[in-house]
Design a protein around this ligand. Structure first.
Ligand code: BTN
Length: 350
C-alpha cells in the first residue's frame, strides 16, 4: 500500500479561528481533503468536528467508515488523525479530494470491474452524460488496444482511465490529439517519478528503457466531417509489478513501481493525469502550429534514429525512423534514401 511519509505535527490551529461551514456537500471528501492537505501531519479531531458541525464521536465514526473502505488513517489521542496510506483500489471520496486539491472539477465514475472504460464512456455519452467526465476502473475484463488488440488489465493498482468529450470541431483539428496527449502525459510521468527515460513510441505507447509502460486509445464518432464524441483512454501500469504479468507480456512490460522502486499513490497521480488530459484537450483543439508538435515530439521520441519495421496491412517497410511531420505522420527513411510518410501501422524496433 503506498504510504505517506511520517512526521510530527506541523501546526496547531487556534480553536478561536475555527469557522463553521454551513453545508458540506461530500463530508468524506472534505475530511480526506483536510487529511491530504496536512499529510504527513495530524489534523485535530476537534477541528474536524467543528468544520463538519458534528461531535467528535461523529468524526470518529466517519473516520472508521473511511478505514473500512481501505484508507489507512492513524489516530493519536493528542494529535488527531493523519492519512498514512491509501488503497490500490479507487475510492471515490479520496479521488474527489485529490481532484479538489489539484483544482479540477470534472465528474468521476469509479468502477471495480468493467468490460472496458472506453466502452463505458461511449455508453455514458450515448446517455447524454454531461462532458467532460472520467471513468476509472480497478480492473477491465475486455480492455481494448489499438488495431483490435486486447489490453491486459489486472486488478491491484493500475490505472484504466477514459475521458469523454464532445468537441464539435472539424476532424482536422484533432488529428494530432493522441500525439499531444502522449507528449504531455510523458512529461507528467517523468516529473512524477523523476526520470527522463520515459518516452513515447509513435503513435500511442509510452515506453521506459524499451519496455511498455502505458497505451492510449482515442476513439471518435464523426458526423459530416465534425467530431461529435471523443473518447480518450489510458492504460498505465502503476503498482502491479510487470513480474506478475503473463509470459510474453512480463518481459516487455514495466510499471511505475518498477521504475520508482516503490508504490505510487494512485489517486494523486490519477488526478494529475486528468488535469493534464483536460489541459491538453483545450490546447489541442486550438493548436494549428504543427512545427510546435515536431519540436516537442523530438524530446520524447522513442523511435528517433532507430531501425524499424512498419507493418501496414499486407505491406511492410523497413527503414530508419526520422521523426514526424506537421500532420503527425511518422517519417521513415528507406534504404534508397526516400522518405515515406506512415499514417498508421504496427511498429517493430529491429
Ligand atoms: C494500445 O496500446 O494499443 C492502447 C491501449 C489502451 C488501453 C486503455 S485502458 C483504458 C481504456 N479502456 C480500454 O479498453 N482501452 C483503453
Amino acid at each position: 500500500m503506498p504510504d505517506y511519509p511520517k512526521g510530527k505535527r506541523k501546526r496547531v490551529i487556534n480553536p478561536k479561528t475555527r469557522s463553521r461551514i454551513k453545508k458540506i456537500k461530500d463530508p468524506n471528501s472534505f475530511v480526506l481533503g483536510m487529511l491530504i492537505n496536512s499529510a504527513p501531519y495530524y489534523v485535530s479531531g476537534s477541528i474536524l468536528a467543528d468544520k463538519l458541525n458534528m461531535s467528535r464521536v461523529g468524526v470518529w465514526s466517519r473516520i472508521d467508515k473511511l478505514r473500512r473502505a481501505g484508507l489507512t488513517i492513524e489516530a493519536s489521542q493528542n494529535l488527531g488523525y493523519r492519512l498514512a496510506g491509501e488503497p490500490n483500489d479507487f475510492n471515490l471520496p479520496l479521488m474527489n479530494a485529490w481532484m479538489k486539491e489539484s483544482r479540477i472539477s470534472c465528474k468521476i465514475f469509479t468502477k471495480d470491474q468493467i468490460d472496458s472504460t472506453n466502452s463505458e464512456v461511449e455508453r455514458l455519452l450515448a446517455n447524454e452524460e454531461k462532458s467532460p467526465f472520467v471513468v476509472l476502473a480497478n480492473q477491465q475484463l475486455k480492455g481494448r488496444g489499438r488495431l483490435g488488440r486486447s489490453w491486459h488489465s489486472p486488478k491491484g493498482g493500475n490505472i484504466y482511465l477514459s475521458m469523454g468529450f464532445r468537441p464539435n470541431v472539424q476532424v482536422v483539428q484533432i488529428r494530432n490529439f493522441t500525439l499531444w496527449q502522449g507528449i504531455h502525459i510523458c512529461k507528467l510521468l517523468r516529473d512524477h517519478v523523476g526520470t527522463d527515460k520515459i518516452k513515447v513510441k509513435w503513435p500511442n505507447d509510452l515506453y521506459y528503457e524499451g519496455k511498455k509502460l502505458a497505451g492510449m486509445l482515442t476513439e471518435a464518432s464523426i458526423d459530416c466531417e465534425s467530431i461529435k464524441t471523443l473518447v480518450f483512454g489510458l492504460g498505465l501500469n502503476v503498482n502491479v509489478s510487470s513480474k506478475k504479468y503473463p509470459d510474453g507480456l512480463a518481459q516487455d512490460s514495466v510499471s511505475l513501481e518498477n521504475i520508482a522502486g516503490g508504490q505510487v499513490r494512485l489517486h494523486e497521480l490519477s488526478a494529475k493525469i486528468i488535469k493534464t488530459i483536460l489541459n491538453c484537450f483545450d490546447k489541442t483543439i486550438n493548436a494549428t502550429d504543427g512545427n510546435e508538435l515536431i519540436k516537442e515530439w523530438k524530446d520524447v521520441d522513442e523511435l528517433n534514429g532507430k531501425r524499424i519495421q512498419v507493418i501496414c496491412g499486407n505491406d511492410h517497410f523497413i527503414g530508419k525512423s526520422s521523426g514526424i511531420n506537421t500532420d503527425g505522420n511518422l517519417l521513415l527513411k528507406l534504404r534508397n534514401g526516400r522518405i515515406k510518410n506512415i499514417h498508421s501501422g504496427e511498429i517493430k524496433i529491429l
